[in-house]
Structure formats: structure tokens, C-alpha cells
Design a protein around this ligand. Sequence first.
Ligand code: FAD
Ligand code: NAD
Length: 466
Amino acid sequence: MTDITCKILVIGAGPGGYVCAIRAGQLGLDTVIVESTKLGGSCLNVGCIPSKAMIHVAEEFEKAAEAAAGKTPFGLTVSQPTLDLKQAVAWKDGIVQRLNNGVAGLLRKAKVNKILHGRARFRDGKTVVVETETGPKTVHAEAIVIATGSAPVELPFLPFGGNVISSTGALALTEVPKRLVVVGGGYIGLELGTAFARMGSKVTVVEAQDRILPLYDAELTGPVSKRLTALGVEVLTGAKALGLTAKGDGLRIETSDGKERSLPADKILVTVGRKPVTDGLGLENLVLDMDGRFIRIGERCETTMRGIYAIGDVTGEPMLAHRAMAQGEMVAEIVAGLPRAWDKRCIPAICFTDPEIVSVGLSPDEAKRAGHELKIGQFPFAANGRAMTRHGEAGFVRVVAQAGSELVLGIQAVGQGVSELSAAFGLAIEMGATLQDIAGTIHAHPTLGEAFPEAAMKALGHALHI
Ligand code: FAD
Ligand code: NAD
């Protein structure tokens, strides 16, 4: 057995872990990173990147299909498109491969040369044993960062296997399923459900709560619901999955009125949340406080054991790659002795449905619950020239500000392509912008971004284009 000693050991090379290791390397810390599968974690290999690649394929296919059906208002026609999903998946895998190599290159550039491939297990608070192909390696570290991420929740009465698939299975399908039933109308269910509907699947969404995307307010999800209807997606809210039909060719559910119904399906995609990956990590050899199944952390991502930190999905919601990265960067700086604590004012959330939803900071309801008097301005894309030229008038930008100070507390948008506006929204909140700051910033014309100062001006009582 070989022993390795280092300053910081990072367990897991997802967005949280690899960013932590890169920053630690940049700061000159003797760093070791362990990964049991592939560099990049869920996000790069089976999450953010592959799902957005397949969403793009779906969008392009739908555009071509609409043109073939003579449905474009601007007279574009093409012959009936076909989609080779195998080739699309190979294209997506190529992007993932390039990014995998990119992460390896970035680690090397930051002088993180000790990358162990294998499963890590705590022996005690300073020692981890990694099972590598060439045998176990013991790593002694002053600081250890748990960045082991999350995995799909499996329903006991609908285990993964055969036609019951997780998001990972859905992203590797080589044929578009004729009938797809999606259990869970949250982020993954709706992003992938919409994509398959655009590729031609007959999609049914079974959601336990009384509306889809319960994380966002009804005003924001309205345009998404409308679009799902237009795509022929059946959304069953207040419905419970019960299990496979006797023949295994569909899903039995209980509808909101208590009746049992069978939904025929070629594939059943289960997306009912994600759980932390801690099995086999040897947490029983530590004394960590937990938040349910997630690891409890403080403002500096420290756990209840000195020198042990946890970041990313393993610490709970919001399970977002950019949160994991920001935590990873901060923890590396803390271990290097820099005065750091979590001081972010917001973590943007985006749902890549059609149209997309962005939420940064507080929604009107959250701001009211926090006791703020509000000024709210909303500007519709129906009044935005660029949205019209893109044939995407559905949706709006909404700005939520404190009534007296006019400090912006939250910004939300729903519309085609609004994900890219999240950068401006996040910056405004992080910089402590007021309504006047946003209204007074010249936004280039014609862009979707012009809806942002218009919404701020609306809150101030003098929108120009509505
Ligand atoms: P992970 O990315 O899960 O990485 C953890 C790593 O640790 C894994 O590589 C794992 O193999 C490794 N590991 C686990 N245990 C051990 C061990 N004992 N020893 C060694 N290695 C170990 N987020 C967004 O922000 N935007 C999106 O658009 C988005 N889309 C998504 C789409 C899908 C389909 C899915 C599934 C998720 C998506 N997410 C998205 C969520 C995002 O993927 C996660 O929030 C992010 O990956 C969390 O990063 P992490 O570093 O905490 O964990
Ligand atoms: P989710 O929490 O977004 O949605 C799960 C949905 O399933 C909820 O609406 C819930 O009410 C429903 N549900 C739970 N149990 C059910 C049951 N038995 N029957 C029917 N419905 C049920 O979870 P997800 O879609 O699996 O995504 C997991 C995490 O991954 C998210 O929390 C998110 O943080 C992350 N993610 C982010 C993005 C993004 O940033 N664009 C994309 C995908 C995933």
C-alpha cells in the first residue's frame, strides 16, 4: 500500500470538486483529487452539458419539422426532416469527451498532478483510502473536501431497469420513444420531456403536486404550460405513479380524482429528485451532523468536523453546478488561509424548458414573506422587437424591488433565450443595483435584454414601450 500526504484532498471531480482542486492548485496548495468515474461529474457527463446538447438537437429538429409542415409564418419550407438519434447522441458524447479532456488539462495547468482514479473511503477525519486499479492508496490530508454529488432518486415500486429509465438512460437513447411517460414535472422531467416532445414523442407528465415546476411561481410557469399543451404533452398534476402495468408496457397511476389509470409507454422516465452520494464513503467513521441525508455545512462549507468540508449536491438544495463551483472555489481559498465566507447575494436558477425560465434573487412572494414593501415592474416580450424577429413573443421580464430604496431584490424572466439574460440579472443583484441603475443603463437595440430596463422603468412608473 502506498501512502500519500497532502494539504488538501478533494473527493469527487464534479463541478464542485474539480473547481476546488484547480483553485487549490493555483494557490500553490499540495492537492490530490479522487474520482471514481469520469472527470466532470454528473454535470459534464450525464447532466447539464449532455442535456443541453440534446435540447439543442430537439430544437433544431422541431424547427425543420415545422418548416416541412409549412408552419413558419415567414415562408420557409424544407422537405420532411429525419433525425438519427444515434448520431445525435454520438455528437453529444463528443462534446462531453472534449470537456472531459478539458478538465484534465485545466487540472494539469493548475499543477494538480495527483489525480487518483478510484473510490474514496474515510478511515478517519484525516485519512482516506482510495481503491485504485493498482491497489489501495492511503491519503493523509490536512483538509478534506467531500464533493461526491448526487444520484437519481429511485422509486421503490418503479426501479430503474428495462423501460424504466433515469435521466442518464434518457440521454443515451438511440431511438426516439413513440410514447414517453415522465414521472416528476420538475427540472429534469420538463427539460427532457419537452425535448422528446419536440423530437416527436407523445409525452405524458405525471406530477405529484398540483402544478409543474413547483419551485417557480405560476406566472413564470404559465408560458411553459401553454407550450407543453401546444406540443401535445399531457400534464397530469396531483397524480401518483403506482407501478408498471402487469405486462410492463405502461404505467399505472392514481389521478387527482382518486381514479386508477394506465398510461401506455415505450419508456418511463423517472425524475423525482436526486439524493446525495454518500454510500461507501465511510461516513460512519466520522462524526458529521446531517440534514436528512445531506451533509450539514456552515457559511464556509465546513462540516461539524474540523478540517472536513462539503460542497455541491451532497450538501442539498439548490443542486446546481454553478453553486457547487462557487463553493469549491471558496473552500480552496479558505484552506489556503484567505479570509472567505459565503457572501453571495443570489444563485441564479434556470430551467431550460421551452420557453426558458430564469429566476435570480427573490420572487414577489418570497420578498413579501421577508417583509418587504415592493415595487414590481413587468415587461412582456410581445412588446420587444427582437423577440418578434425571433418569432418568440411569449413571456416577460419582471423586476422586484424594495419600495423605498428601490434596491432590486429579484429578477425573473420567461421566454425564448432568456437563459443568457441571467448574467445581467445576477450582476445587477450582486452589485446592489437599484431600479434607477437598471433603467439608466443603455441596453443595445434590438435585443431581448431591452426588456430588462423596460421592466425597471415600469416599476418606476414610466416604461417607454408599453
Ligand atoms: P457531481 O457532479 O455529482 O460530481 C460528484 C463526483 O464525485 C462524481 O463524478 C462521482 O463519480 C464522484 N464520487 C462520488 N463518490 C465518490 C467516491 N467515494 N470516491 C471518488 N469519487 C466519488 N445544474 C445546473 O446548474 N444547470 C443545469 O443545466 C443542470 N442540468 C442538469 C441536468 C441533468 C440531467 C442532471 C442530472 C443534473 C443537472 N444539473 C444542472 C445539476 C448538476 O449536474 C449538479 O448540480 C452538479 O453536477 C453538482 O456538482 P457536484 O460537484 O456537487 O457533484
Ligand atoms: P426536481 O426536484 O426538480 O423535480 C422533481 C419533481 O418530481 C417535483 O416536481 C416533485 O413534486 C415530483 N415528484 C416527486 N415524487 C413524485 C412522485 N412519486 N410522483 C410524481 N411526481 C413526483 O428534481 P429533478 O427534476 O429530478 O432534478 C434534480 C435536481 O437536479 C434539481 O433539484 C435541480 O437542482 C437539478 N437540475 C437542475 C437543472 C437546471 O439547473 N437547469 C436541470 C436539471 C436538474
